[in-house]
Write a protein that binds this ligand. Structure first.
Ligand code: SF4
Ligand code: SF4
Length: 142
């Protein structure tokens, strides 16, 4: 299935209408985020550049672009795959890597800020392996 996502013949159906970008909420917040340009890069054979583009990590995978594409191109899944390929190639932005590590360590994306809690007069919360972290560990062993 993944091979077909980057299938040149399929991507050739993209005629750069921009509907994917114009319906994207992230594009509204950050006009430099333009999914149709990612498609253009891939169809020009420059997909490797896409893997190094931190912009691919801004996508919320809401599927609005895929629903809007008149050519039935699965834009969301293409960005999803680009991220997987970026990870496999070692291109992971620090913020994403930190969140991944925190998730594996504690089961949470964002670590507890005990200094902030102290300032608010709240009791400390000890970081300890959560159920999620133990599940990750079990999965890793299998
Ligand atoms: S909506 Fe579809 S055809 Fe239009 S630019 Fe985006 S991917 Fe290409
Ligand atoms: S899936 Fe990603 S690129 Fe597509 S509309 Fe949603 S945020 Fe934008």
């Amino acid at each position: 299935m993944h091979g077909k996502l980057f299938d040149k013949e399929r991507l050739g159906y993209c005629y750069q209408c921009g509907k994917c970008s114009s319906g994207c909420d992230i594009n509204r917040l950050d006009p430099s985020f333009q999914p149709h340009r990612f498609l253009h890069l891939i169809s020009m054979g420059a997909g490797a550049r896409l893997l190094k583009d931190e912009g691919i990590w801004k996508c919320t995978t809401c599927f609005a672009c895929s629903e809007r594409c008149p050519q039935g191109i699965r834009v969301t899944e293409i960005l999803w795959l680009a991220r997987a390929m970026a990870v496999a190639s070692g291109f992971v932005p620090d913020l994403v890597a930190n969140q991944r590590d925190a998730l594996l360590r504690t089961g949470r994306l964002i670590p507890v800020d005990n200094r902030k809690r102290e300032r608010a007069g709240l009791p400390q919360i000890q970081e300890e392996p959560s159920l999620a972290a133990r599940i990750f560990e079990m999965v890793r062993k299998h």
